[in-house]
Design a protein around this ligand. Structure first.
Ligand SMILES: Cc1cc2nc3c(=O)[nH]c(=O)nc-3n(C[C@H](O)[C@H](O)[C@H](O)COP(=O)(O)OP(=O)(O)OC[C@H]3O[C@@H](n4cnc5c(N)ncnc54)[C@H](O)[C@@H]3O)c2cc1C
Length: 312
């Protein structure tokens, strides 16, 4: 009797596993459900949007009800609505509304996080992308930037004299979304984005604004960097910028077993290597054995000049 039950259970497990395997191996049965996607930001960063969306008191609703999705289109999530944020008061009002209504709040930057974790069901979603003003103190090389600005906005603003010190490998993302995951980039000397953040203004759920840095409320600072928006809403950040330097690109094929030695002996020893990343081969002959390492060297030797140290 026990053997029969065991066989029955085994057959059931195999049948379920086979069904799932076939499901995952099958081609798509239709078009990807990619709606709604984030509409492009069209309004000027300095003017209040009007005419689109409806208001709730002073809330600027870009969308009521419906769903939100991230860039993968795989995570449609039903929400209470999307509120456009253009200043800190918009955030405060949305937090108060959510608190009154017993709703959760989610924060949307460029919506490029793809794990389905960025949006809570039935949440009030803050669309931060219009919250993107910035100013630069050239003497201290400090950029003060609102959290909805993208690295693309910032690079355009800083060019030609300065550049972002630490960011991802592309410039699509918002400052808030990048600090919240403590993103890494190609600059192994600069490290992750959090390393270039000197201080931030963070709004807590009660609407109060806190200044956080490594010396002022250091614990909250550490929690917010890489905190996925769970500890407060980043309003703006002071981030280090660096001199804009011309790089010369190079490529090298490396056996993956030699990569650590290659990195230690070549890249780390020579500070003129400013950026680098590697791709493992997906070619059948060298599948996951070879790496193509891309390097970017300081073409003008500026970073080696310790007197000026413009790239520090
Ligand atoms: C093509 C592609 C390339 C990538 N390359 C890299 C890479 O090179 N290095 C790397 O590290 N990562 C990389 N990523 C991942 C990317 O850095 C993260 O997904 C990042 O969070 C995206 O930023 P976003 O503006 O889209 O944020 P969103 O996806 O909109 O939000 C991400 C998280 O940040 C929180 N958040 C957003 N704004 C705020 C705010 N103002 N205050 C508090 N919390 C906030 C949200 O709550 C959410 O949890 C890549 C992703 C893609 C799709």
């Amino acid at each position: 009797m026990t053997t029969k039950v065991a066989i029955l259970v085994l057959v059931l497990v195999v049948a379920v596993a086979a069904r799932q395997a076939l499901y995952y191996a099958a081609g798509p049965s239709g078009e990807k459900d990619c709606s709604p996607i984030a509409p492009p930001v069209t309004s000027a960063s300095s003017s209040k949007e009007s005419g689109s969306g409806s208001t709730d008191g002073d809330l600027q609703w870009a969308q009521r009800g419906g769903r939100i999705n991230d860039v993968s289109c795989l995570n449609p999530t039903p929400i209470r609505g999307i509120v456009n944020v253009q200043d800190a008061d918009d955030v405060r009002r949305a937090l108060a509304f959510a608190s009154r209504s017993g709703l959760k709040v989610s924060i949307a930057g460029a919506r490029h996080s793809q794990g389905g974790h960025a949006f809570a069901a039935d949440a009030v979603v803050l669309d931060m992308r219009r919250f993107n003003r910035m100013s630069l103190n050239e003497a201290t090389r400090l950029l003060t930037v609102q959290s909805g600005a993208t690295w693309h906005d910032i690079q355009n603003f800083l060019h030609p004299r300065f550049a972002v010190k630490a960011m991802q490998s592309t410039d699509l993302f918002t400052v808030g979304g990048s600090i919240s995951v403590n993103a890494h980039g190609m600059d192994h000397q600069a490290g992750s984005v959090g390393g270039s953040v000197r201080s931030m203004h963070v709004m807590l759920p009660d609407g109060s604004v806190q200044t956080v840095s490594r010396t002022e409320q250091p614990e909250l600072f550490r929690l917010v960097v890489g905190g996925y928006g769970l500890f407060g809403i980043i309003l703006d950040a002071d981030i280090d910028v660096t001199e804009n330097v011309v790089y010369r690109s190079g490529r090298e094929t490396v056996d993956y077993r030699n990569f650590v030695t290659f990195f230690k002996d070549r890249i780390l020893r020579d500070p003129s290597y400013r950026l680098m990343y590697g791709h493992l081969s997906t070619s059948p002959g060298s599948f996951l054995k070879e790496m193509l390492v891309y390097t970017y060297k300081d073409a003008e030797g500026l970073c080696r000049s310790s007197a000026a140290s413009p790239c520090g």
